[in-house]
Design a protein around this ligand. Structure first.
Ligand code: GLU
Length: 284
């Protein structure tokens, strides 16, 4: 590493929509280890935009669980730092600014189709977590005028992806990843009708504003990374590097996050497990 390279900045970006389980802890542990190896700075960002599932007590529990297992961050909602605020619910002005930029570029459009409409039009049974590709015939023509943005948004807004463009990045764990716009992923939400930015938009705005140099997250988010690369490009922002971690499976090959009985860190602790036991379990 030379002096010219930017200082490594890694992040933990938990959503306070439930208690953290071993799979989350493992991803965060890897993010923390990579930051340590690179002598970098670890940031904790509270992704509390999901108004329906968000609960304040989960924020407190989440920070406590992460500290208990031995994770330590240098910037975060509980300690502040130069790139705050570190809770997404307090950063809406920044997201709105990015939305306005996309609107001025003419690359977003309002969409009245429901999730159900999109699933039905996609035809195939929807068994994965991945959103089906937004059907091209649902899109307004690119030549059509885009209506103004409301002050308080009451309609979904979608990003028009550059059809057939291949996006690629070198994942620091998985190697070369490629995705084709319009085929592997389609037009995606940037703002929701409850006047809330989408995960994709908020994540790009924040990772850029917080000067994150490497995003470490689960491999279930690789397709989202392609969507986010579309946004980085449109907004004229430099994208960070990426490291997608393999997901933790149980002995039957079921993803931990999918199992309703997946043990939370909280439960493990109440069953007498120590942080060292948890770390050993996540390394298995
Ligand atoms: N908040 C997201 C989650 O908990 C993380 C997304 C990301 O790391 O980009 O799944």
């Amino acid at each position: 590493m030379t002096d010219q390279q930017p200082t490594y900045r890694g992040r933990l970006a938990p959503s306070p929509t439930g208690h953290l389980h071993l799979g989350h802890a493992r991803t965060f542990w890897i993010a923390a280890e990579r930051t340590k190896e690179k002598n970098g700075t670890l940031i904790l960002r509270n992704e509390d935009l999901d108004a329906e599932r968000f609960r304040m007590d989960f924020v407190t529990d989440m920070l406590e669980d992460l500290r208990w297992v031995g994770l330590d961050w240098a910037e975060g909602p509980d300690i502040g730092g130069p790139f705050g605020p570190y809770s997404q619910s307090q950063r809406k002005t920044l997201y709105r600014f990015a939305l306005q930029k996309l609107h001025a570029l003419g690359v977003i459009y309002p969409c009245t189709r429901s999730r159900r409409d999109v699933i039905d039009a996609a035809g195939a049974p929807h068994e994965t977590d991945e959103e089906p590709v937004y059907p091209a015939h649902f899109r307004p023509p690119a030549s059509q005028d885009v209506p103004a943005l409301e002050d308080v948004i009451s309609i979904n807004w979608r990003m028009r992806v550059p059809d057939n463009e291949t996006l690629s990045f070198i994942d620091n764990n998985l190697g070369l990843k490629q995705g084709v716009a319009g085929k592997d992923f389609g037009d995606f939400l940037v703002w929701r009708k409850d006047d809330c930015p989408s995960y994709q938009l908020a994540c790009v705005v924040d990772d850029s504003a917080m000067q994150i140099t490497e995003v470490v997250r689960g491999a279930d988010l690789v397709t989202s990374t392609f969507r986010q690369l579309v946004l980085y490009k449109a907004l004229g922002l430099i994208s960070p590097e990426f490291y997608h971690c393999a997901l933790m499976l149980d002995e039957k090959g079921v993803r931990l996050a999918k199992r309703h009985d997946a043990l939370s860190l909280r439960q493990m602790r109440s069953h007498g497990m120590t942080p060292a036991d948890v770390i050993a379990a996540m390394k298995r």
